[in-house]
Design a protein around this ligand. Sequence first.
Ligand code: FES
Ligand SMILES: [Fe+2]
Length: 368
Amino acid sequence: MPRPIVVDGVELVAPERGHNLPPAAFTSPAVFELEQRAVFAKSWVHVADLVDLPQPGSFVAASIGRTPVVVVRDRHTGELRAFLNACRHRGAQLLEGKGTCDKQIKCPYHAWSYGTDGALLGVPYRDEFDCDASQMGLVPVRVGTIGPLVFACLDAAAPPLEAWVGELTAAIAHTTSWQLGFELEYELPANWKLFVENANDGYHIQFVHDVLTDLLAPDSGVTVLEPHGAYSWANVNPSYVPPDFGPPENAKIRFGCVFPNIIPVLSPSDLTYIRVDPVAHDRLKLFARSFDDGGALHLREFRKLAFQRTTDQDIAVVVRTQKGLHAHGLPAGVHASRLEERIGHFERMWADALGAEPAPKRHLAVAP
Ligand code: FES
Ligand SMILES: [Fe+2]
């Protein structure tokens, strides 16, 4: 039975159609803490790409929300494995960054060592410990790949990765062999959900962006809502399609969002994603990568410049929104039924994850 969630004096309920979450959902440290358990610990989250894990022993230290995890390519089987990035002795983080680990993963604190399969192999002064070493391996985490992307999940009960990603799975899988074109990182003072919502916002484009605002053919957009994501696709404006491009149905761009925090954009020749990492209630990091089919390398630099320009423009409005949402007494906002439909879907997925009950009448109930 769903129950009201009261956090920081605000009763969070799933927003009614056309209405948004209350500002406190974006400004409250307590809501942010709740999200760690209810959203990030329950979802498949992008943690790395196959280019980071080319050979046996390759590893990437990553995080699911604020939970540190490490993805490792097993030295013996070549399989990808993921574990909590925390030593079973007293919890020290084992690996940082990315690279290739030694034959064993050795803890920097008291030198316990683990195999790349997670098994505990070495304990200095072993006879001082009253524990069964066979039960003290690294804590495993679910891991899976779609195309070049690697995801991990802390929840054994979450659906399989392909079901989570939904219809975008096949299109992303198609890009497995594409090359890394560019990568960029940003950090900004805003709640992670605001950036995800901006990426689901088809309303701001003509007012905020100046690069290729006519790239898409007007009125060709179609939106698909799925249990753990949503995407829109639209036709490329015919004036941008090269004459020898092939069937016009190939000239589509898909703008996706896989809950909770990855935003893939797919065109016929490139896949660019932004992952939005939550740092604090009012701070996020962006990690973006672009893969392309290598067929038009002269366009790679252009794509990077266009990406940087549009991302800078998005960051500016998202940071201003975070500032505005701190206004005491501001009621919850509203969203456009078609142009911001995916924002409403994202907020419903978020409210479902928290176990909030559906809105009884109006979108927001503020506790007295
Ligand atoms: S915390 Fe890792 S060996 Fe002590
Ligand atoms: Fe934008």
